[in-house]
Design a protein around this ligand. Structure first.
Ligand code: FES
Ligand code: FE2
Length: 433
């Protein structure tokens, strides 16, 4: 990759992107500082740590963090770093602890992050004050409908303003629970691809690629469908088949973009009685929990995928969440989470689990297509001969606002929206932070 420091503003225009955005090490460091250290980052869900003392490790941008429910039941986020010599404080991915003892020299921190004891404290001299050496707490931590967001700066929009209309996608997921609540499956799926984090963000709402890139998966799903004959196909199989829809049909679906780089595309299955798509037992449980009218409204929502810039996606219909974590200019980790709808029959969970595996696992027939594309794209965009990339599909020459836009699902409007936001963060635009 070209490693000379590029001029940020010249790297993107409303219609083109310089391939240097993907692989430059200096630029990557700037992105981590200007975007991931300043944006709200989705990091998990309250149900991962239901009781006092429960903790779970995650990444927030580049920084390993501990999400820890303190003795009073409040969720707090700390850097997973001991303030003595900077050692990793906790190595267990999740668990319960009243205190953390650093594995290096044995400093002990309580559930509020305060330093409680050190071996041989007198040896640190008279200036050593325990109050100075607690854990570093993240600048901000907020929850929306149980989803946990952190931010590494206290400046910027509140979480509600940051999510804007996209908060309704979180509502969509949670409202599908007959008991009005969800719980996360404790073990996520993690895997990595050899490519820049933005390649994934440019792909996940790209309805245009599905028919071509996932052609083999569509054919495989078709063979299974034929074997099923008259039997009702599994919903996740229907989604795989929908990848093979003609581009014109994809173009009839809608996409919405909003401020801060977010977007969603509407679902593949539409125009039929909403409740008929779900097991009767589930619909009955929903009517008991929410009433008939509200059940109809909730199940009529058909959003395929919501992308929360810069690093998360949500699919309410199948209760799936994905975190996109940059590890380097050429390496990205994807973390997939699955939720269980409280009060829903097991059949609903099994549908979601099936979808989770075919869309997010390392052996997913769909994700492997995309990873292979990211790998090649990353290598070729790093070539000295790589030319500028167009992002003008769906523009039709008309002026376009970055946020609050409604587009055809096959438009690249969501990519343009992401890069307009990218420029704002990278140039410290006052409206972004
Ligand atoms: S680095 Fe943690 S106690 Fe020394
Ligand atoms: Fe794809």
């Amino acid at each position: 990759m070209r490693d000379d420091a590029p001029n940020i503003t010249s790297l993107t225009s409303p219609t083109k992107i310089d391939p240097a955005v993907y692989g430059n090490s200096d630029l990557f460091e700037s992105e981590m500082r200007e975007i991931f250290d300043r944006a709200w980052l989705l990091v998990g869900h309250e149900s991962q740590i239901p009781d006092p003392g429960d903790f779970v490790l995650e990444r927030a941008g580049r920084h390993p963090i501990i999400l820890w429910r303190d003795p009073n039941g409040f969720i707090r986020g700390f850097l997973n770093r001991c303030p003595h010599r900077g050692a990793r404080l906790c190595n267990r991915p999740h668990g319960r602890a009243k205190a953390f003892t650093c594995p290096y020299h044995g400093w002990v921190f309580d559930g509020t992050g305060a330093l409680k004891s050190v071996p041989a404290p007198n040896e640190y001299g008279p200036e050593f004050d325990f109050a100075d050496w607690g854990l570093t707490e993240v600048a901000a931590l907020e929850s929306y409908r149980g989803f946990l967001f952190v931010r590494h700066t206290s400046e910027g929009p509140d979480l509600g303003s940051f999510l804007g209309a996209m908060s309704s996608s979180f509502d969509d997921l949670v409202d599908r629970a007959p008991d009005g609540d969800i719980e996360i499956c404790p073990v996520p799926l993690r895997h990595r691809y050899n490519g820049n984090w933005k390649l994934c963000l440019e792909n996940l709402n790209d309805a245009h690629h599905a028919r071509v890139a996932h052609n083999c998966a569509v054919k495989a799903a078709g063979r299974v469908m034929r074997k099923l004959g008259d039997r009702t196909p599994h919903p996740s199989l229907q989604i795989m088949m929908a990848n093979g829809m003609p581009v014109k049909q994809f173009g009839q679906l809608r996409m919405s973009t909003s401020d801060y780089g977010h977007s969603f595309i509407h679902g593949f299955i539409d125009g039929q009685d909403a409740t008929s798509r779900f097991p009767a037992e589930y619909v009955d449980a929903m009517k008991t929990g929410h009433g008939e009218t509200e059940t109809e409204r909730i199940l009529s929502v058909d959003r395929h995928l919501t992308l929360i810039y810069p690093g998360a996606t949500l699919q309410g219909r199948f209760q799936v969440m994905r975190l996109i974590q940059p590890l380097g200019p050429n390496l990205t980790e994807i973390v997939g989470f699955l939720f269980r709808l409280k009060g829903a029959p097991q059949a609903m969970f099994e549908q979601s689990l099936h979808y989770f595996h075919i869309s997010m696992s390392p052996f997913s027939p769909v994700a492997t297509d995309d990873f292979d594309l990211y790998d090649g794209t990353q290598k070729l965009n790093g070539s000295a001969l790589a030319g500028t990339l167009p992002v003008m599909r769906g523009l039709n020459g008309a002026p376009e606002s970055a946020g609050d836009g409604h587009h055809q699902a096959t438009s690249e409007a969501f990519i343009r929206n992401q890069y307009a936001t990218w420029q704002k963060y990278m140039n410290k635009d006052a409206g972004t932070v």
